[in-house]
Design a protein around this ligand. Structure first.
Ligand code: COA
Length: 257
């Protein structure tokens, strides 16, 4: 299936969801979120799908939300396409694996926090530049990251918002293993197939148990962050930051209150 820069293939119980908007570094549009949400929702109900594998290609995973889309059709309270996608992923009861190369920015990192296994190219650059865009963390990342790596590391990544290396992602527990770019997808597929061959009910219960004790807090964090994130997108700081990116210049906050 191919739709809106998202393709899917099902083989041996593994549904591969591939982002294919490579000329824009897989920046995600409303249409892509909807296609990804529909894919995951259908996968949840399809007994032939045992495992979800999310990837881009050996050069690029995802540069985050399309910044033009942020300006033109920002998410609104309620089930926006991005929220539908992230809720589908966060609530997916079967294993989700990610193969990450090149760049992973913004929601390109946030979505990894809702996957079960993550394989990463050695040269991948990751970034959560929310503050630099005049916005805040999203989809429970402000809850999950400090639990995963401790406050000071999470604060370093979220407050400074600088690109960080794959080695740091490994050290901080964001990814399982680093590989040369051209081996990442094969390794992720191998592990996904391994998961797909195991007892599906035992797998589901195991995933449920792993997430059970943080599930309600994750959903609460997701909604609370959205109550900040959505209005912030319309504030002068975000408008200046996103306009600056589009105009390929540094943002200038001097005139903002
Ligand atoms: N939204 C819209 N367009 C984006 C984009 C995004 N998030 N990320 C990249 N693009 C576009 C660029 O504008 C460029 O378009 P152009 O060829 O028409 O000029 C194209 O994708 C290639 O990007 P480029 O910046 O030239 O690639 P790079 O390898 O030098 O840098 C990134 C890659 C991801 C580091 C850089 O593009 C970037 O910082 N993007 C913004 C990431 C971001 O802030 N995401 C939102 C997080 S909430």
């Amino acid at each position: 299936m191919s739709d809106h820069h998202v393709t899917t293939t099902l083989a041996e119980g593994v549904l591969t969801l591939r982002m294919t908007r490579l000329d824009k570094k897989n920046a995600l549009t409303q249409a892509m979120y909807t296609a990804m949400a529909e894919t995951i929702e259908a996968a949840a109900l399809d007994t032939e799908v045992r495992v979800l594998l999310i990837t881009g290609d050996a050069s690029c995973f995802c540069a985050g939300n399309d910044l033009m889309d942020f300006m033109n059709s920002a998410p609104t309270p309620g089930l926006s396409p991005v929220e539908r996608f992230m809720r589908a992923l966060a609530g997916f009861e079967k294993p989700a694996v990610a193969a990450v190369c090149g760049v992973a920015v913004g929601i390109g990192v946030t979505m990894l926090l809702h996957c079960d296994l993550v394989y990463c190219g050695e040269k991948t650059k990751l970034n959560m530049p929310f503050v630099g865009l005049g916005i805040c963390p999203e989809f429970a990342s402000s809850y999950i990251l400090p639990r995963l790596m401790g406050h000071v590391r999470a604060a370093e990544l979220l407050m400074l918002g600088e690109p960080f290396t794959a080695e740091i992602a490994l050290r901080y527990g964001l990814v399982n293993a680093l590989l040369p770019n051209d081996e990442v997808e094969a390794k992720a597929l191998e592990k996904a197939q391994q998961l797909a061959g195991l007892a599906p009910k035992a797998m589901k219960v195991t995933k449920m148990l792993l997430k059970k004790w943080s599930a309600s807090a994750t959903l609460e964090a997701l909604a609370f962050e959205a109550s900040h994130f959505i209005p912030m997108l319309k504030q002068p700081e975000a408008i200046e930051s996103i306009t600056a990116f589009m105009q390929k210049r540094k943002p200038d906050y001097r005139k903002l209150a």
